[in-house]
Design a binder for this molecule. Structure first.
Ligand SMILES: [Zn+2]
Ligand SMILES: [Zn+2]
Length: 151
């Protein structure tokens, strides 16, 4: 079973357990999220689905994302004025690389050490439920464009 299929099954099961009706439109949102290695915005998800299911509305996409968020089945990344991007493939908090020029968001394959969380708990008394670690900069492609544009 592929990782995407595993994630899809998990999302479907969670929604069904909650008594949510599975419509073809809702199923399509889940499929895009489970399979995507990119971090899509609600609008990008909507446009992908609309090709095959023209009856899909942006509201359906938002509602499905909202449900998944509530159940911890999607990771929401707020990225400045551009709104939110969604990661349905990897739902546990993980570090991201964000390009300030083209907006690309990539997963970073490193773990945030457990002792960082422990340290934060000790220092602040917070009960930690999640964390974010973003590395922000210029991707190689955008660097190349910048270099080419400099006289
Ligand atoms: Zn870039
Ligand atoms: Zn991610």
């Amino acid at each position: 079973m592929s990782q995407a299929q595993g994630r899809l099954d998990e999302m479907v099961q969670t929604l069904k357990d909650r008594g949510c009706r599975m419509t073809p439109q809702r199923m399509a949102v889940l499929k895009v999220l489970a399979a995507s290695e990119r971090h899509l915005s609600a609008d990008q998800i909507y446009r992908q689905i609309k090709v095959d299911l023209p009856t899909t509305s942006l509201a359906t996409v938002y509602k499905t994302l909202e449900l998944l968020k509530e159940m911890g089945q999607v990771l929401e990344l707020r990225v400045g004025a551009g709104g939110s991007r969604y990661d349905g493939a990897h739902i546990h908090p993980h570090p991201h690389l964000i390009c300030t020029s083209c907006g690309e968001i990539r997963d970073l394959e490193i773990d945030v050490p457990e002792e960082v969380s422990r340290h934060v708990v000790q220092e602040t008394g917070y009960q930690i439920v999640s964390h974010r670690l973003d590395f922000i900069g210029l991707c190689p492609k955008c660097q190349a464009i910048q270099t080419n544009n400099t006289p």
